[in-house]
Design a protein around this ligand. Structure first.
Ligand SMILES: Nc1nc2c(ncn2[C@@H]2O[C@H](COP(=O)(O)OP(=O)(O)OP(=O)(O)O)[C@@H](O)[C@H]2O)c(=O)[nH]1
Ligand SMILES: [Mg+2]
Length: 329
């Protein structure tokens, strides 16, 4: 199960109350006030952790709270501060509040954000002693911790986003280019969850990340197929790689495929079309591919790189093209 969106209800700890107390000892009459301060409430802190890959934890356990601060005690004892609650989230998590405003984004492993502040501890009566009031009976209460309902949304971070129809060979490509082990199969919607792979360039010691997402079909924006909700995982990519089944194995026309993909992207967010794109024609090993390719180039006017994942053709050239583009930009 892959969860990329979760609603959570969070509570920071309340501050402990200040203490009202007086020193009472034999032979020391009127020993004076000695009520200590309350401890502060714990914060709710988000911690970005690269070992967390999705938001499943929050789907099943949507409530989390930090501990309250302890009240102050006699003998000037300060109450203990409440423990903060640390919530691990994956890289690329966006936090939105009930008004749909983005209030935090976590990108890098180890990054921390205090989402809710714990309440302050109250003051014990020792703080209110003065020349005119030697025995104050005044304390302050701890303040309440912040609370809130939020939605965590995971938007994968990758340099390159793979866009294509089901069966175009997206998973086959990511498996050749990277160490990802995506399932490949000759039926649509084999891939159900996004997955990021890392392309290594040993000669230059560089790396690029590429995201495989479930295939799009015509009407995806009306929730056909798996819909367009997975497009949030390519929103942040530097470039989009359109993978076209140029052999038209499933009986579709590659020119229509490309047009539909652009339309579906536009339905989700027009700014996706402003991203640099690279058009890659896969399955060039199959018979009708050459004929379709000529027609495709003519109709779209795009520069097309041809590859075959099965025969490992054109892969090195593609890898180099991706490197030059992404590293330069
Ligand atoms: N002939 C040929 N077949 C290919 C090529 N690349 C992939 N295939 C086949 O096409 C089928 C679909 O490949 P996948 O990699 O699963 O396609 P996908 O785009 O990830 O599909 P979904 O996950 O369903 O969206 C598999 O049977 C692959 O073996 C290729 O270059 N040539
Ligand atoms: Mg796939």
């Amino acid at each position: 199960m892959f969860v990329d969106e979760a609603k959570v209800i969070l509570k920071a700890g309340h501050g402990g109350n200040g203490c009202l107390s007086f020193l009472r000892e034999k032979y020391r009459p009127n020993g004076g006030p000695n009520g200590g301060d309350g401890g502060n409430g714990g914060d709710v802190v988000l911690v970005c952790d690269r070992n967390v890959t999705d938001l499943t934890n929050y789907k099943f356990v949507p409530h989390a709270s930090a501990k309250n601060g302890e009240p102050g005690r006699g003998s000037n004892c300060h109450g203990a501060n409440g423990a903060s609650c640390f919530l691990k989230v994956p890289e690329g998590t966006v936090v939105i509040d009930e008004t749909k405003t983005v209030i935090a984004e976590l990108f890098e492993d180890g990054e921390k954000i205090v989402l809710l502040k714990g309440g302050n501890g109250g003051k014990g009566n020792v703080n209110f002693k003065s020349s005119v009031n030697q025995a104050p009976r005044k304390i302050t209460l701890g303040t309440p911790g912040e609370t809130g309902e939020f939605t965590f949304i995971l938007k994968t971070i990758a340099d390159i986003g793979l866009v294509g129809f089901p069966n175009a060979g997206k998973s086959s490509l990511i498996n050749i280019l990277t160490n990802a082990q995506q399932k490949e199969a000759p039926y649509p919607f084999t891939t159900l969850n996004p997955k990021v792979g890392v392309i290594h360039y040993p000669e230059t010691h560089q790396t690029l990340t590429i995201a495989d997402i479930p295939g799009l079909i015509s009407g995806a924006h009306e929730n056909r197929g798996l819909g367009i909700r997975f497009l949030k995982h390519i929103e942040r990519c530097k470039m989009l790689l359109f993978l076209i089944d140029i052999a038209g194995v499933d009986g579709r026309n590659p020119i229509d495929d490309y047009r539909i993909l652009l339309e579906e992207l536009a339905h989700y967010d027009r700014t996706l079309l402003e991203k640099k794109r690279s058009i890659v024609a896969n399955k060039i090993d199959l018979h009708p591919a050459e004929k379709h390719l000529a027609a495709f180039k003519k109709a779209t006017g795009e520069t097309v790189l041809t590859i075959s994942c099965i025969q490992n053709m054109g892969i090195e050239a593609l890898k180099e093209k991706l490197r030059v583009f992404c590293i330069k930009n």
